[in-house]
Design a protein around this ligand. Structure first.
Ligand code: NAD
Length: 394
């Protein structure tokens, strides 16, 4: 079939196999161009490894520090008349490239929140690697089935303690409008914490530790976001921010549990970037469009792969934690010069000047890239087979 993008709201329902391969190949080339990562991890488990920050973490570990990687994700395989999800094609491409480079790579497709998935992954680590020395936790999900109670939790992206109104970008039309979001109730807060908070990260680490598959000195990382005050009502001080606070609670608990192994848990605060997860958050796409323009002009723009390369290459050996013990990869985003300009342009931005004062075009290009569209050298008019195997998945 000839695959074209089909965008519905903030999701693209098709993905291009060759385009996704090219996206992965470009990320691999970037990491290789930076040379080997000294003293990086050698056996890495990435939970949420198929797109966004998790995929780039897997690529940086494998191609920067020659790590064996185990990846866990929840994606859909392709069928004769239906494309796979982008994360499926990304994982297929990653495994092919890893194999060609002589690197171990094994992937698991299914619900990472379940006990069954944890048990399956632990068996694989025992059989193939013995232990892992690094665990990346990079899930972003709208729902979670609790493994012990069977309860289904749904996350909400809402402010807390009052209705919130601000500018918002319709990423389909490029219209800058006003959005008003009602305050979350206690149940919505609790459900968001249950989905995106730290409980499942702890469950993974507990299961891995009691199975004896964590190597001495193991490090584990979960990703967070803080951002500027203008997004605080919807992010840092909203339901998702509560979940991220819970992630930090889990980090402190894990630090204690990992101490006997000489291990360490980290929350890494990453930069705001276009991913499948962030495109669903109100207000944030407009902020990202303004941010990209300023950071690209300043020469400090990074995408997921540059961020994760920096994490493995620089912060693992020199974490430079902030006052709350977090790694800050959002340092360039939060620079005063950048945020000063954002604040000014936030007041000015409207539909008419959007393309002039923001990088909305870059936002759209970045969004399409997530699904394998708009990559250089890919023939988008050619017939392509949507059925592509992930080699390690039967
Ligand atoms: P993403 O949507 O690109 O990736 C999510 C990953 O989770 C995918 O691999 C997906 O398959 C996997 N996943 C979702 N539900 C699953 C399930 N039930 N079982 C197994 N796998 C499942 O998201 P992202 O933006 O890379 O986010 C990853 C983390 O980084 C999140 O914690 C997010 O809050 C954080 N973060 C994102 C940004 C940003 O701007 N995108 C900034 C800072 C921090």
């Amino acid at each position: 079939m000839v695959v074209i993008p089909k965008i519905r709201g903030f999701i693209c329902t098709t993905a291009h196999p060759e385009g996704c391969s090219k996206h992965v190949a470009d990320q691999i080339s970037y990491v290789k161009s930076r040379g080997p990562i000294a003293n990086g991890p050698k056996k890495v488990l990435v939970i949420g490894s198929s797109t966004g920050y998790g995929l780039s973490s897997r690529i940086a570990a494998a191609f920067g520090s020659q790590a064996a990687t185990v990846g866990v994700f929840f994606e859909r395989a392709g069928e004769a008349d239906n494309t796979a999800t982008a994360g499926w094609y990304n994982s297929a491409a990653f495994e092919r490239e890893a194999k060609a480079a002589g690197l171990y790579a094994r992937s698991f497709n299914g619900d990472a929140f379940s006990d069954a998935m944890k048990a399956e992954v632990i068996e694989a680590i025992k059989a193939d690697l013995g232990q892992v020395d690094c665990v990346i936790y990079s899930l972003a999900s709208p729902r979670r089935v609790h493994p012990k109670t069977g309860e289904i939790f749904k996350s909400a992206l809402k402010p807390i303690g009052g209705t919130y109104s601000n500018k918002n970008l319709n990423t389909g039309t490029g219209a800058v409008t006003e959005i008003t979001i009602e305050t979350a109730n206690e149940d919505e807060i609790a459900q968001t914490v249950a989905v995106m908070g730290g409980e499942d990260w702890e469950m993974w680490m507990d299961a891995l530790q009691s199975a004896g598959v964590l190597a001495p000195g193991v490090q584990t990382f979960a990703y967070s976001y803080i951002g500027p005050t203008l997004t605080w009502p919807i992010y840092k001080n909203g339901t998702i921010g509560r979940a991220k606070e819970d992630l930090e609670r889990a980090q402190r608990a894990l630090d204690k549990k990992l101490a006997p192994l000489g291990g360490k848990a980290w929350v890494s605060v990453n930069k705001a970037l276009v991913t499948q997860a962030s495109s669903a958050i109100p207000v944030v796409p407009l902020y990202i469009s303004l941010l990209y323009k300023i950071m690209k002009e300043a020469g400090s723009h990074e995408d997921c792969i540059e961020q994760m390369d920096r994490l493995f290459r620089e912060r693992l050996s020199n974490p430079q934690p902030d006052e709350a013990g977090r790694i800050r990869l959002d340092d360039w985003e939060m620079a005063e010069a950048v945020q000063g300009l954002i604040a000014k342009r936030w007041d000015e931005v409207q539909t008419e000047n959007l393309s002039e004062i923001s990088d909305f075009a870059g936002y759209q290009t970045g969004f399409l890239k997530l699904f394998g569209f708009g990559l250089e050298g890919v023939d988008y008019e050619a017939e392509t087979n949507p059925v592509v195997p992930v080699p390690s998945i039967p």
